[in-house]
Design a protein around this ligand. Structure first.
Ligand SMILES: Nc1ncnc2c1ncn2[C@@H]1O[C@H](COP(=O)(O)OP(=O)(O)OP(=O)(O)O)[C@@H](O)[C@H]1O
Ligand SMILES: Cc1ncsc1CCO
Length: 524
């Protein structure tokens, strides 16, 4: 019977201990902090030393009733009566290990790709160690980093089996919540635990670090473990509009600071749009100030429209701090399909931090989803869009574990369960540059307001962001497209040149009742 609690799986590493810290003392403290299973990993020790370390480690673990697994060496596991072994892809075969080990022994295997997981199931393993999730210095990487976003597909393969899963590779208290949130399949299969090495072993206070891990793991499980959003019954149009009304008033009342890292084409108009909504923009890009800004801003917008490789650090840091501070991250992957550089950058960014909202036109979102149904020309989408935009946007939201906004003649917004189709807007929005980018600024503004509303009402310890990002995104699109309709009808608007200032003015005077009375919204 596999009764192991895989939640906090410690992999030992004596060479990582801080100067002066005794290995057994460190192990005991980590157990006191909540480590629930220990793997003894000794890559350099000879057999006698390995046996001695393993035997004495087991005595410590026995005190806390925590099972011990041995890396690679089946003979050592048998000799010390360990609970089982952990094998790499190039170690002894599972079948041979099974034949040597006593009945009921646990066997786990490292998996770097989906085929490894399928083979592990066939071989009858008890658990898989999926990694590397993050880059790591503790192990010479023999295969590429999978990234948080690659784990879900591997977990889905485990559906319907008893095989448990832990993620491994660079997991720290600082990225744990992001790891747990991101490592869930579209079938809601979540991790059974996380394997940690250096963050605990290299610490002078392993008990304190292990306690932090334990607390975050418990908080994540206490909310909707594995689920993307808190379950809600079908949201009515009236409920949504009432919440949009609240967000518009909250922005006017609180004037949230919206940090925007955006492209050089639209920076000024984005800042002016943000001001017209009643919020404050700050368009900062220096990596050093990302932490400070994250603490004081209401939301972050990351738009890659004109990004250069030297801009990646600030985008990476800004999103990281936003996750740490539970602030919304609105991501606009402008022109992502246009070049390999953009594709790689977007992949890296989305593997580092969790976006709260991803907004794009059909071509951009097709590229992120790996779909060939819609093509792009530079920053523009080509053709008539997806044959079933609702299903597309719902599936992408589920996969990316965030709200997704698909812009176009009709805007589709999904939280992975529900889809709102918004039919406001005007064709003239296609006739000047950066209309999609200002939609991003507007969404970030109302997501900031959603934080202010959600903070008072939600238990958020296990979440990456406060507030209802679905409503924030709907408000952002609605306000902008309703104001665009009003501006486009003005007599002084002769074309795109006169439209943009008119739009800014109409946003400035727009009332919640204008939005509510003109909103054309369907929920499916
Ligand atoms: N034909 C249309 N009718 C009404 N509204 C439209 C139409 N096309 C686009 N819009 C509106 O324009 C806004 C921007 O959407 P669009 O898909 O054009 O963005 P985009 O391609 O990313 O723009 P850009 O690259 O210029 O920033 C959306 O809010 C959408 O509602
Ligand atoms: C035209 C253009 N090029 C890079 S960003 C941008 C603004 C619209 O997305």
């Amino acid at each position: 019977m596999d009764d192991i609690n895989y939640s906090l799986y410690l992999v030992t590493g004596r060479d990582l201990l801080p100067p002066g810290k005794d290995y057994f003392q460190s192990l005991e403290e980590s157990l006191q902090g909540g480590v629930s299973v220990v793997q003894i990993r000794e890559k350099k020790a000879d057999t006698a030393e390995f046996l001695d370390i393993a035997r004495r480690s087991k005595a410590v673990c026995d005190k806390y009733n925590v099972p011990i697994l041995i890396n690679d060496r089946v003979d050592v596991a048998i000799a010390i009566n360990a609970r089982g072994v952990h094998l790499g892809q190039t170690d002894m075969s599972i079948a041979t290990a099974r034949s040597l080990l006593p009945e009921g022994a646990i066997i786990g295997v490292s998996c770097n790709n989906e085929n490894h997981v399928r083979a592990a199931i066939q071989d009858g393993v008890d658990y898989v160690g999926i990694g590397a999730v993050w880059g790591t210095q503790t192990k010479q990487l023999t295969s590429p980093v999978i990234g948080v976003r690659g784990v879900g597909k591997m977990l889905e393969i485990l559906d319907g089996t008893e095989v448990k899963a832990v993620a491994i590779g660079g997991i720290k208290t600082t990225n744990l919540l992001r790891t747990l949130h991101g490592c869930v399949s579209t079938t809601d299969h979540a991790l059974d635990g996380v394997a940690v090495v250096s963050d605990i072993v290299a610490s002078k206070e392993p008990r304190v670090v292990a306690e932090k891990f334990t607390k975050i793991l418990e908080a994540f499980r206490a909310i909707n473990f594995g689920l993307l959003v808190a379950p809600r019954s079908v949201p009515s149009k009236d409920q949504i509009l009432a919440s949009v009304n609240d967000l518009i008033n909250t922005v006017r009342k609180t004037g949230p600071l919206v940090h925007q890292i955006t492209n050089t084409v639209v920076a000024t108009q984005s800042a002016n749009i943000t001001l017209a909504l009643g919020a404050s923009p700050i368009m900062a890009t220096e990596p050093q100030e990302m932490g400070d800004l994250s603490r004081i801003c209401g939301a972050l917008l990351v738009n890659i429209g004109t990004m250069r490789s030297d801009g990646k650090e600030s985008m990476t840091l800004a999103g990281y701090h936003a996750n740490m501070n539970k602030k919304p991250v609105v991501f606009d992957p402008v022109g992502v399909g246009a070049s390999a550089f953009r594709k790689e950058t977007v992949k890296d960014l989305l593997n580092t931090w969790q976006a709260s909202v991803i907004k794009g036109n059909a071509g951009e979102l097709a590229s992120i989803a790996g779909s060939t149904e819609v093509a792009s020309k530079g920053v523009d989408s080509v053709g008539s869009g997806f044959s079933d935009p609702s299903s597309f946007v719902r599936a992408l939201a589920k996969k990316e574990r965030c709200v997704v906004v698909l812009t176009g003649p009709v805007d589709y917004i999904s939280d992975g369960v529900w889809v709102a189709a918004l039919r406001n807007g005007h064709e003239i929005l296609r006739k000047f540059t950066g209309s999609g980018c200002i939609v991003g600024s507007s969404i970030a503004t109302y997501c900031a307001a959603a934080v202010a509303v959600g903070r008072d009402t939600e238990n958020t310890d296990g979440r990456l962001v406060y507030g209802d990002m679905f409503i924030g995104a709907i408000a952002g699109v609605l306000v902008l497209t309703v104001a665009a309709e009003i501006a486009a009808k003005r007599e002084d608007v002769k074309g795109p040149g006169t439209f943009l200032p008119a739009l800014i003015d109409e946003l400035w005077v727009l009332t919640p009742s204008d939005v509510l009375s003109m909103a054309r919204i369907d929920i499916c």
